[in-house]
Design a binder for this molecule. Sequence first.
Ligand SMILES: O=P(O)(O)OP(=O)(O)OP(=O)(O)OC[C@H]1O[C@@H](n2cnc3c(O)ncnc32)[C@H](O)[C@@H]1O
Ligand SMILES: [Mg+2]
Length: 199
Amino acid sequence: MVGTGTLVLASRNAGKRRELEPAFAALGLRLLDLEQLQIESPEETASTFLENSLCKARHTAQHCNHWVLAEDSGLCVPALDGAPGVRSARFAGDSASDRENNELLLQRMQDLSAKQRDAYFLCVMVLLRGPEDPDPLFARGIWQGEIAAKMQGEGGFGYDPIFLPRGAAGRSAAQLSLQEKQACSHRGQALRKLFAEMQ
Ligand SMILES: O=P(O)(O)OP(=O)(O)OP(=O)(O)OC[C@H]1O[C@@H](n2cnc3c(O)ncnc32)[C@H](O)[C@@H]1O
Ligand SMILES: [Mg+2]
């Protein structure tokens, strides 16, 4: 893979790309995403992160000649039966903005107790070395925290302004630097496990 110099990120999410790119750049790899390659995003119809991630990777590998990295991620609130979960990007509707998703989740949390505000981010990554790769590499990361009472911070993306990571002294994920977030986030953990798998 290092020889080809290119890895395709099966995503249209600029926030994910910002977080993943430095680690691959350090390996001498440039990332190309679906927008750059003008590849359609597949529908995410499965009920598990794993299946959606594999589906994104396989669909993309069928449309390019490079190794492909995909990831499906989301925020889960056990007190809401795991919602927003695999529907995190579309929680407030198919073309919902991050702000609309955050506002809907805050509204759903309104009557919950402090304990019921526990939440976690999950990320499942898949690396495919071709469309017919019989042995995809998988890695999973989980990030524990709770849902804030209101949005705080300008950084990150998605639900970062309302996620208070455990051990971050009341700061939201949107108030962490890229490096701080990567050191503990679901995505950072999954990426480090994937690199270990690739050894
Ligand atoms: O499918 P791709 O094209 O990769 O982009 P997406 O945004 O649709 O990505 P997902 O289907 O994996 O949905 C994940 C959603 O979960 C949320 N999410 C995932 N990781 C997050 C993070 O680190 N910080 C905040 N929100 C996150 C965010 O709303 C994402 O849109
Ligand atoms: Mg998606």
